[in-house]
Design a protein around this ligand. Structure first.
Ligand SMILES: [Fe+2]
Ligand SMILES: [Fe+2]
Length: 421
């Protein structure tokens, strides 16, 4: 075929032909190794584009390195194809969090994405391709004229793009199912796990290394879960051994008069975040006390100020109390109310006053004067947001039907029932 008739449409046809030949190679290799027919590749149709890309890569290099000796060119082909394989493998892992092939059990591999024996295979394939396949395929395709090639190229591109989009969507669903499997593995019944595995059948047989990958991931999830559980137990033990008791004694000694006051008890009656004001201020006070003690600050005043920072006696969700003016902005007003109440019952020092008055900063614009007040303000916000979240989760869980846990209980009940016979 004369050079001048080479067109973009011929290029598309060549890409289609080499992606198809690549698919044939993979189908033969996978079907023999699995002893059944396997539709290889992640596309639905009979094309594996990485082979088309590899072929073009070899053709371009062959043109650019045409003056190099044969051996040097061949080695370079091997390097280029290995690099392409590594990049595609890396991108699939990063984009889809999936490892479509895995050479980690093969000798001389790099991150499981490429390996020396396969690279030598690619090198040999590149030579066979240049000497036998490309001359035959291009000679055959170039018999067709421009309009025939245009028709074929356009039809192929339309088909290929449609298949590509559907396959990427299916790969994304696959990835999500795998992610769901990792996250919920402990909560799923065997039958549900099987159902998910069944729906992943085609991609699993196209990429048998995925089975290994999925098993490894789930196994590491189980190990990770057990590891985390043990660590949390260990942390708790350390916390207890670390002398929480002496800390608590000192904390309660610092605030004993406040706890003994009958007015303070009344805080139990008012809902706050997810429990009562009483519970909330106790948490804020203890954490502030521990932090200030650690930072060598006035932890006694921090504990006392924090314990009185929300010393108001009304439900802040209902502003319609007779002795409070209507439309009151609780967020801004309650520090003043709490301070006035606290002053009636206790003698406060300057740090304690500052803590109560400024704990809503920056909602109230004047910043705290003492470090202890900054700490209490921070601890208050941290614990309040945590309490809100807990309450939110509690409400959401109430609304959601609990599908998983009861089923697990049923299973356990069933298995408990068997040995009695
Ligand atoms: Fe507050
Ligand atoms: Fe608070």
């Amino acid at each position: 075929m004369p050079e001048h008739s080479f067109t973009l449409f011929h290029t598309v046809a060549l890409f289609a032909a080499y992606s198809f030949l690549g698919w044939l190679i993979e189908v033969v290799y996978r079907s023999i190794s699995q002893r059944k027919f396997v539709n290889a590749g992640f596309l639905y149709g009979p094309f594996i584009p990485i082979y088309g890309m590899g072929a073009f890569c070899i053709l371009a290099l062959d043109f650019l390195l045409r003056d190099w000796p044969f051996i040097a060119r061949t080695v370079f082909f091997g390097v280029a194809l290995t690099l392409l394989e590594y990049i595609i493998g890396y991108l699939t892992e990063k984009i889809f969090d999936l490892r479509l092939w895995d050479y980690s059990k093969t000798r001389f591999n790099l991150h499981g994405r490429v390996s020396l024996p396969f690279s030598l295979g690619w090198m040999a394939l590149a030579v066979i391709f240049l000497v036998f396949i490309h001359p035959a395929v291009s000679g055959y395709l170039f018999k067709y004229d421009y309009s025939q090639m245009r028709f074929f190229a356009v039809a192929f591109l339309v088909y290929f793009l449609t298949d590509f989009i559907f396959s990427v969507v299916s790969l994304e669903q696959f990835r999500r199912k795998i992610a769901y499997l990792y996250a919920e593995y402990f909560n799923l019944a065997n039958i549900e796990v099987e159902k998910i595995f069944d729906s992943l059948r085609r991609l699993r047989s196209a990429f048998p290394d995925l089975n290994l990958y999925i098993n490894d991931k789930i196994e590491s999830k189980i190990k990770g879960g057990i590891g985390n559980f043990l660590k949390s137990v260990q942390d708790r033990v350390f916390l207890e051994i670390d002398g929480r008791k002496p800390f608590e004694e000192e904390f309660y000694e610092s605030v004993a008069d406040i706890y003994a006051h009958e007015e303070f008890e009344r805080l139990k009656d008012y809902f706050h975040h997810n429990s009562s004001i009483y519970e909330h201020v106790r948490e804020v006070a203890y954490l502030s006390y521990r932090l200030c003690k650690y930072l060598k600050l006035d932890y006694r005043s921090a504990a006392r100020g924090a314990l009185l920072h929300d010393y108001f006696f009304y439900d802040w969700r209902n502003h319609d109390e007779p002795h409070l003016h209507r439309n009151k902005n609780h967020g801004i007003e309650h520090p003043k109310i709490a301070l006035a109440n606290a002053k009636k019952s206790f003698a406060l020092n300057k740090v304690e006053e500052d803590i109560i008055r400024k704990h809503m900063w920056p909602l109230t614009p004047v910043p705290p004067r003492y470090k202890e007040a900054f700490i209490v303000s921070f601890v208050d916000k941290y614990l309040a947001s945590r309490e809100f979240l807990d309450e939110f989760k509690k409400r959401i869980n109430k609304k959601l039907p609990k599908k998983i846990k009861p089923r697990r209980k049923q299973r356990r009940r069933k298995s408990n029932a068997q040995p009695t016979h």
